[in-house]
Design a protein around this ligand. Structure first.
Ligand code: NDP
Ligand code: KAL
Length: 257
């Protein structure tokens, strides 16, 4: 059997820099032979995304600016993708945002604005981009997102983002139910902590990593490459019987009490 992704096209949303989990996913899909389409939130990260993509040895990547809070931007992005490439086979949603002030102290102090912003960018956006991507997945497809344990249980400082991830996890299941009849699967990878731009300056990341090294069954933090390989599995036919699932790629940490 052949598990190559040659001849397949995947949209990767959320590469900010070389540390982004989305970049680990892009590299794994590229290594499997896929053609990639990148989207970024604003011009601020366009050069970084283009420079990274240039380091891959193929010249048929595509780039689009897509702020997921903007319905028109989503519509235009997928209309442009349809026009430029036609069919897509999968989409990796690697996007989350909350106000920094809502990622410390107590959840109870979250403002209405902060709550809705986190839900909008981190959870609703998956439904919005899935709806737009569906029409391009005429040969079936695989949609995946990135979630975190803080949506299943209380993790200090994760606060409003934990509630957004709980919403994202449920969104995965309802989308899986809607899209299954179209041959489209929807899953999430729950990644262990990885030092990325988002993780910078929030919480005490060092002590979180130390806890993983001491207690996680595999006694080491996960890498971008490990998450990328799980994403490759979800995009490939090896996972064709799996939908609505949340796969923990976290060195086993989530099984601990
Ligand atoms: P990055 O900071 O590298 O990526 C976050 C991305 O979110 C950025 O590319 C950013 O785009 C994008 N984004 C934010 N707002 C918007 C918006 N309005 N429209 C479009 N894109 C937007 O961090 P990670 O790789 O860590 O994060 C990727 C995902 O992984 C997130 O969902 C995060 O919650 C999840 N995750 C991360 C873990 C970790 O330990 N790092 C653990 C578990 C899950 P831009 O840069 O263009 O602004
Ligand atoms: C318990 C953990 C410690 C960290 C606590 C909260 C982390 C929340 C993640 C969230 C995505 C971070 C932000 O939204 C940061 C944002 O306020 C400021 N940063 C930015 O604007 C940068 C420039 C851009 C690129 O970032 C985004 N997101 O657009 C959780 C740890 C252990 C695991 C993590 C980090 C999980 C996760 O979801 O990322």
């Amino acid at each position: 059997m052949n598990f190559s992704l040659e001849g397949k096209t995947y949209v990767v949303m959320g590469v900010a820099n070389k540390r982004s989990i989305a970049w680990g996913i892009a590299q794994a899909l590229h290594d499997a032979g896929a053609r990639l389409i990148f989207t970024y939130a604003s011009e601020r990260f366009e050069k970084s995304v283009r420079d990274l993509a240039d380091s891959l040895d193929r010249d048929d990547s595509y780039f689009y600016e897509c702020d997921v809070t903007d319905d028109e931007a989503i519509e235009k992005t997928f209309a442009d993708i349809k026009n430029d490439v036609g069919v897509i086979h999968g989409l990796a949603h690697c996007i989350a945002f909350a106000k920094r002030e809502d990622l410390q102290g107590e959840f109870i102090d979250t403002s209405r604005d902060g709550f809705l912003l986190a839900q909008n960018i981190s959870a609703f956006s998956l439904a919005a981009v899935s709806r737009a991507a569906k029409d391009l997945m005429t040969e079936g497809g695989s949609i995946m997102t990135l979630t975190y344990l803080g949506g299943e249980r209380v993790v200090q400082n994760y606060n409003v983002m934990g509630v957004a991830k709980a919403s994202l996890d449920a969104t995965v299941k309802y989308l899986a139910n809607d899209l299954g009849k179209h041959g489209i699967r929807v899953n999430a990878i729950s990644a262990g902590p990885i030092r990325t731009l988002s993780a910078k300056g929030v919480g005490d990341f060092n002590s979180i990593l130390k806890e993983i090294e001491e207690r996680a069954p595999l006694r080491k933090p996960v890498t971008q490459e490990e998450v990328g390989d799980a994403a490759y599995f979800l995009m490939s036919r090896l996972s064709r019987g799996i939908t609505g699932e949340i796969i923990h790629v976290d060195s086993g940490y989530s099984i601990l009490g």
